[in-house]
Ligand binder design. Structure first.
Ligand code: GNR
Ligand code: NI
Length: 174
């Protein structure tokens, strides 16, 4: 297992639409293992393959708390098949938009069809943080980021703040 580099905006790869996985084989499982390790080391609660530069429809997630046993979830070709009319608001962050947060409103509940780690068809009804997170990740597979839901003004503010912070980080690293 390897920790991969996470792409950061405005990397244009993050705007690519990811392709469905045709067959869940050992290569795909190795990729998911690397994604999970990358997510844990970040640390984050979810990661889409495109965030490490691989345009495949794969998501890993772990919503367990620090003091709990790790419970990884794997979603291959996740499909949003139902979403509630009721909305929920969460303060969202993204490993590809480091240290920036904004309140985002999304459907409170949703139903997802997907393939699991072994390629078996599964379906879940999600609510709470799981519902928010899986919608955030499916957005990544379509090249969409949480800042796209913000006003132009808020989006520009986040972009500017991020670029300034990244420049400062670059100076310290060099
Ligand atoms: O680690 C993450 N936390 C988070 C918090 C609220 C809503 C969504 C997320 S996902 C994010 C990791 C990430 O960028 N996944 O793509
Ligand atoms: Ni993200």
């Amino acid at each position: 297992m390897t920790v991969k580099k996470i792409l950061i905006i405005p990397d244009p790869i993050l705007r690519k639409k990811s392709e469905p996985v045709k067959k869940v084989d050992k290569d795909i499982q190795n990729l998911m293992d690397d994604m999970l390790e990358t997510m844990y080391s970040a640390p984050g609660i979810g990661l889409a393959a495109i965030q490490i530069g691989v345009p495949k429809r794969i998501v890993v997630m772990d919503l367990s708390k620090e003091d709990e046993k790790k419970t990884p979830f794997y979603f291959i070709n996740p499909e949003l098949v139902w979403k509630s009319k009721s909305k929920a608001t969460y303060e969202e962050g993204c490993l590809s938009i480091p240290n920036q947060f904004a309140k985002i409103q999304r459907p409170e509940k949703c139903k997802i069809n997907f393939l699991d780690y072994n390629g078996k068809e599964k379906s879940i009804e999600a609510d709470g943080l799981l519902a928010t997170c899986i919608q955030h990740e499916i957005d990544h597979l379509n090249g969409v980021l949480f800042i796209d839901y913000l006003s132009k003004l808020k989006k520009n503010m986040i972009m500017k703040k991020l670029m300034k912070e990244q420049k400062e980080i670059d100076r310290i690293v060099v």
